[in-house]
Design a binder for this molecule. Structure first.
Ligand SMILES: Nc1ncnc2c1ncn2[C@@H]1O[C@H](COP(=O)(O)OP(=O)(O)OP(=O)(O)O)[C@@H](O)[C@H]1O
Ligand SMILES: [Mg+2]
Length: 307
């Protein structure tokens, strides 16, 4: 299947000379939820702004479902809904008016039934006659999503959709995004919340200092970079790990009743079998054991910290 967005060799240098994007190559698949993960200042908003035609690239190309986003700006832009990071709405308009107006900006004929559906999907229907200024922050954010969906885009960009949104509302937002995906919309979201990417995304891209340092489907990412820890609980405490077990680099817990072994899930041998038999040979008896897998958070932190 051809990608719905194709980005090639994209660079952006701001007027002051700062290079925010350093040659981005990225394809977004039709129908996927793609999470762009990166620290503050990594270039996420810059990248989205260029794809959506709000900012100009210094060099490189973006194609939206076959339309060059500069040469065929209107055709490309019509396919896109954007929920920007910074909220700006007309405070004294009603929810209904502001969402309907957004649709009009794209030259689409009025479609009250569609606006009604969008507001209902976002649990804003009972607020439709309220002025935006009277809404809570989370509701305002949902109004921004409603605006972005007003012209029935095929692609939705959500730049930090749940920043500053409480846990319950965040989960509600995830529901909305999933519903959108099942109706065929391709979704690209940026986030600082690793759990959000872990929960939502089909694929994850990590951007750091203007470069995409990794793109992987979520499961593959966990598999590829995942390390596991095996913790063995001992029947009686030991003062030190016997020298015969030095090769395993075991960590002894402070109370001397547990040892931890780190192993690589992608390795051919985990070393667990020989560890267990060497422990027995050393006279150490085990009362229980458990394993933990590194989270996406550990992976992300190690990637972004790498020099
Ligand atoms: N208009 C601008 N002029 C000059 N530099 C800019 C401009 N906009 C952004 N930058 C710089 O480009 C870099 C990338 O910014 P960007 O907003 O794309 O980051 P981000 O990944 O979205 O960060 P955040 O997570 O904080 O939203 C930053 O160093 C920023 O200071
Ligand atoms: Mg940003």
């Amino acid at each position: 299947m051809s990608p719905i967005i194709s980005i090639s060799k994209l660079t952006k240098s701001y007027a002051g000379g700062f290079t925010a994007l350093k040659g981005i190559d990225l394809d977004i698949n039709r129908g996927e939820i793609f999470a762009l993960l990166g620290p503050n200042g990594a270039g996420k908003t810059t990248l989205i702004s260029i794809i959506c035609g709000i900012a100009n690239a210094t060099s490189g190309k973006v194609s939206i479902d076959g339309h060059d986003n500069v040469a065929s700006f209107r055709a490309a832009r019509e396919l896109i809904g954007l929920v920007p990071q910074e909220l700006h709405t007309d405070a004294f308009e009603t929810v209904w008016a502001t969402v309907s107006f957004s649709r009009g900006l794209f030259g689409k004929p009025k479609n009250p039934a569609h606006i009604e559906k969008v507001l209902k999907d976002l649990s804003l229907w009972d607020k439709k006659d309220n002025k935006i200024v009277t809404l809570s922050g989370g509701m305002k954010r949902r109004v921004m999503i409603a605006k972005a969906l007003s012209h029935e885009p095929q692609i939705l960009f959500l730049d930090e959709p749940t920043a500053g949104v409480d846990v319950e509302l965040r989960k509600g937002m995830w529901e909305v995004v999933r519903t959108l995906q099942s109706s065929g919309v391709t979704i690209i979201l940026t986030t600082h919340y690793i759990e959000e990417a872990e929960e939502m995304a089909d694929r994850i891209g990590v951007i750091n200092k203007g470069e995409i340092i990794l793109v992987e489907d979520k499961a593959g990412l966990m598999r590829k970079l995942g390390k596991k820890r095996l913790t063995l609980h001992l029947q009686s405490r030991i003062d030190a790990v016997p020298a015969s077990l030095a090769a395993y680099h075991l960590e002894l817990s402070d109370d001397g009743r547990g040892v931890t072994y780190n192993y690589d899930t992608k390795g051919e041998r985990t070393g667990i079998t020989s560890l267990l038999s060497d422990l027995r040979d050393a006279g150490i008896r085990i009362s229980d054991l458990d394993t933990t897998q590194s989270s996406l958070e550990d992976i992300f932190v190690s990637l972004v910290r790498a020099p």
